[in-house]
Design a protein around this ligand. Structure first.
Ligand code: FAD
Length: 307
């Protein structure tokens, strides 16, 4: 149930889910996982509500992914609100449930909380990675990368220095922040190579399906909207269904280009909407199959022609 061997072997296709809010129906997430499970992603990652009330749920969801569906799980974990004493039992429980992979993040301080209180022990993700690598040598550790720079860092080169420091502490793979312009990812990969960062990078793709989602993206990241994407937003502003379909088509187009360019993997931010993942997986599975096994891929194309 490890992720690294799969990344070494082939282009990975993975999905991300988030725990439900405490006031929502908890069973929904398990139905979502069940539906995503039928798509056989290479792994499913589960976000962690830094300092919030949903964080305990991450472990439970990861447990179900591995033990009910037989799919590797990547449990996110943040520095925010954690101490060495709180991290140990989390990792021990994860490992005893056969969840062997963690995405080590700093997290963001929740509104209204004092940063000096909630980020005391692990100021940056690199510190958490150091701690995990030291105490749990067998644990798989992933980390975040920002093709357009992290919001708090004004200089992409400095941000890359920090990424290099993080990787050097023992990261097994990286997952990128969402982006809409593939060229920015390719330039970032060139910069990684120039710094001899050899760690596999999985490209994070968000199929945009609504206006509110876009506003949130703008408030949380430096993500640029290329003209082609901006035209979609402008054209379908008042047509939610059209925006949704165009957003999915745009993400599919992005993914095909990324696969053609030889990225290590695609990580789909599904926003707990399995029907969107199903549509995208359906559109790209033959291409992916072809890369994994030319015979399987050719069979896929034949089936497509007869459908
Ligand atoms: P870091 O790598 O620590 O970097 C944070 C900032 O500090 C950057 O600007 C960096 O340049 C700077 N920095 C790093 N080291 C130093 C140093 N030594 N000195 C000065 N500056 C430094 N958040 C959640 O709460 N839960 C989640 O589940 C979650 N999942 C995510 C998954 C992915 C793939 C991504 C891309 C992000 C996710 N986030 C999540 C958001 C993330 O927690 C925030 O973006 C957070 O602000 C940064 O986390 P990080 O791990 O990248 O931090």
């Amino acid at each position: 149930m490890k992720i690294q061997p799969i990344i070494r072997e082939r282009l990975t296709l993975s999905v991300e889910v988030f725990p439900p809010r405490p006031d929502s129906e908890p069973e929904t997430i398990f139905r979502t996982i069940e539906e995503l499970g039928t798509l056989r992603p290479d792994f499913i990652s589960v976000t962690y509500g830094a300092g919030g009330s949903t964080k305990g749920f991450t472990e439970e969801i990861a447990d179900v992914i591995v033990n009910r569906h037989g799919i590797p799980a990547l449990a996110h974990l943040t520095c925010v609100g954690e101490t060495p004493e709180s991290i140990h039992p989390i990792i021990e429980r994860l490992q005893s449930n056969n969840v062997q992979s963690v995405l080590a993040l700093r997290g963001d301080v929740p509104a209204g909380q004092d940063p000096d209180r909630v980020i005391r022990h692990f100021p940056y993700a690199a510190d958490l990675i150091d701690f995990l690598r030291h105490h749990y040598p067998d644990l798989e550790i992933g980390a975040a990368a920002y093709p357009e720079g992290h919001l708090e860092c004004d200089c992409l080169e400095t941000d890359l220095d920090h990424l290099k420091a993080k990787v050097d502490r023992g990261v097994d793979f990286l997952i990128s922040q969402l982006f809409f312009d593939n060229e920015r990812l390719y330039r970032f990969m060139d910069r990684m190579e120039a710094r001899n960062i050899q760690t596999p990078l999985l490209a994070g793709i968000l199929p945009v399906t609504g206006r509110r989602q876009i506003e949130r993206i703008l408030s949380l990241s430096r993500t640029a909207f290329p003209p082609k994407f901006q035209r979609i937003l402008d054209r379908y502003d008042r047509h939610p269904q059209a925006l949704r379909e165009a957003g999915i088509a745009y993400a599919t187009d992005q993914i095909i280009d990324l696969i053609s360019s030889g990225v290590d993997g695609i990580h789909l931010y599904t926003m707990n909407k399995p029907e969107i993942a199903r549509k995208i997986f359906g559109d790209i599975q033959h291409i992916r199959g072809y890369l994994q096994s030319p015979t399987a891929g050719a069979e896929g194309f034949r089936q497509l022609q007869t459908e």
